[in-house]
Write a protein that binds this ligand. Structure first.
Ligand code: FES
Length: 105
């Protein structure tokens, strides 16, 4: 596991993208819980976002792909609607150690 960032780097109920060993990871924060995914939509295998750090829908309820609007559950990355419905984002193993977010290198 390697240090990726700190909890306070991510506003609560929002998401941030981080470059990590040549790829982009998406970290979504809900209070003291975080969810980490590879920034790659299962539909076309491209990045989810157009704008930096914009990964959630307007209500902050789902991760939304900016390309064709696929919606993913924040909790497990499962796609509920869109062209890759039934598929999932790739989860990145992580640990919260105090306020440090460590991910599998
Ligand atoms: S690339 Fe994500 S919905 Fe098409």
């Amino acid at each position: 596991m390697k240090l990726l960032c700190h909890l306070e780097d991510i506003p609560d109920r929002d998401a941030r993208g981080f470059e990590f060993h040549g790829e982009t990871l998406v970290v979504v924060r809900q209070g003291d819980e975080v969810f980490v995914y590879r920034n790659q939509c299962p539909h076309l295998g491209i990045e989810l976002n157009f704008q930096p750090d914009v990964f959630l829908d307007s209500d902050g309820e789902f991760i939304q792909c900016a390309n064709h609007g696929a919606l993913f559950r924040i909790e497990d990355g499962y796609c509920l609607a869109g062209p890759c419905s039934g598929q999932s984002l790739e989860t990145i193993a992580h640990e919260l150690r105090g306020n440090e977010i460590h991910v599998q290198a």
